[in-house]
Write a protein that binds this ligand. Structure first.
Ligand SMILES: [Mn+2]
Length: 365
């Protein structure tokens, strides 16, 4: 297991590479060029500068997140070929600088979403991201996007870039005529083009789940449960077509058994990377708060999750995910230093106990 940390780049992240380096057990970062619009080519110069900084800090940069898929690809418009070409060149450029995994998602229009980015926990005063389906029902997509942008402390959130959402209404309209089958056909067209390039370059694509884990605003969604990911893996069967198994996104849907999903996709060698975090449902299956990583603070059993990783994909990349805001920290919602650092240390502690337990069990045999 390689413990990593998401980093948005100098000037764009409230956390520095040196701070990340000082977290015990940190091997590298999951990188992101946050100024790139979906569909835009990531140039060699830009990648070299970013990766160089990470290496300079004594960290690895083998995983890149959010090389966003342009809407025209998801919609299957004739202009998709141009964007796929740029995507392929981006893959080649990233491979040149040692990147091994590219995390992306195939969510129509809206990326992950919450109805509150800083909900106070009455028990301890920490702030968490929060989702309530009843609140979502009272908002239009436009209102939700505006509210999210206003409450992100001046930071852009992945998938919420204002330029990308400028023509929200028009794009939502295009999707209303689309069903899951059509979306999957467009997904297959994309994978058929990029996966052979990944095989050539030694890179794996890792699809991030939809978040929350069910369809919203009447948009088709295909990546929120085991059955959906089975279909995605079958669209283009290759070791380079993998899942970014995000326990929090999948865990939002109470029907998902996360350790079982890790065992299922891990034993097929189809887990490219993991996001490991916890969440707590609040009196309804469709209302949750992002909790601390600790098992006892949320609904997910983090010991069982780490044990499943140790069993089926012990070499995968893991990072703590969305943290709470604690100890007065301000920053990009979900991406402060303190709570994610605590999360990483906790996961590393579970990992050591599992490893040593396995080792001793073998000695006793
Ligand atoms: Mn995630």
């Amino acid at each position: 297991m390689k413990m990593t940390f998401r980093w948005y780049g100098a000037g764009s992240d409230s956390v520095t590479l040196q701070q990340i380096r000082q977290i015990p057990g940190m091997s590298g970062i999951m990188g992101f060029l946050d100024y790139k619009a979906a569909g835009e080519l990531w140039t060699e110069e830009e990648i070299a500068a970013y990766v160089g900084q990470v290496h300079q800090a004594g960290l690895e940069c083998e995983v890149i997140e959010s090389v966003n898929v342009h809407e025209d690809i998801k919609l299957g418009l004739p202009s998709r070929d141009r964007y796929i070409e740029a995507y392929i060149q981006t893959i080649r450029n990233l491979a040149k600088y040692g990147v091994k995994v590219i995390i992306y998602n195939f969510m129509p229009v809206l990326d992950w979403l919450r109805t509150d980015l800083a909900r106070p926990n009455p028990e301890d005063g920490s702030l968490s991201m929060y989702y309530d389906d009843r609140e979502l029902g009272s908002l239009t997509p436009e209102e939700l996007v505006r509210r999210t942008a206003e409450n992100s402390n001046g930071f852009s959130l992945p998938g919420w870039e204002p330029e990308r959402l400028a023509d929200l209404e028009r794009v939502m309209g295009l999707y209303r005529q689309m069903d899951e089958g059509k979306l999957l056909a467009n997904f297959r067209y994309f994978l058929d083009a990029v996966i052979p390039v990944c095989e050539e370059e030694g890179v794996r694509m890792a699809c991030h789940p939809d978040d929350p884990g069910w369809p919203i605003f009447g948009l088709p969604r295909v990546a929120y449960n085991q059955q959906g990911f089975d279909r995605i893996m079958a669209l283009h069967d290759s070791p380079a077509n993998t899942v970014c198994l995000c326990t929090g996104s999948l865990g939002s849907n109470v029907e998902n058994d996360i350790p079982a999903m890790i065992r299922h996709f891990g034993s097929m060698d189809r887990i490219g990377a993991m996001h490991v975090r916890n969440l707590k449902h609040m009196g309804s299956d469709r209302c949750f708060r992002e909790s601390a990583h600790l098992s006892s603070d949320g609904d997910l059993d983090m010991y069982e999750i780490m044990k499943a990783i140790a069993e089926v994909c012990p070499d995968t990349y893991v990072r703590p995910d969305h943290g709470r805001m604690i100890w007065g920290e301000t920053g990009r919602p979900g991406y402060g230093l303190y709570d994610r650092a605590l999360g990483a240390c906790y996961l590393n502690g579970l990992w050591e106990a599992i490893q040593k337990g396995q080792h001793r069990a073998k000695e006793d045999e």
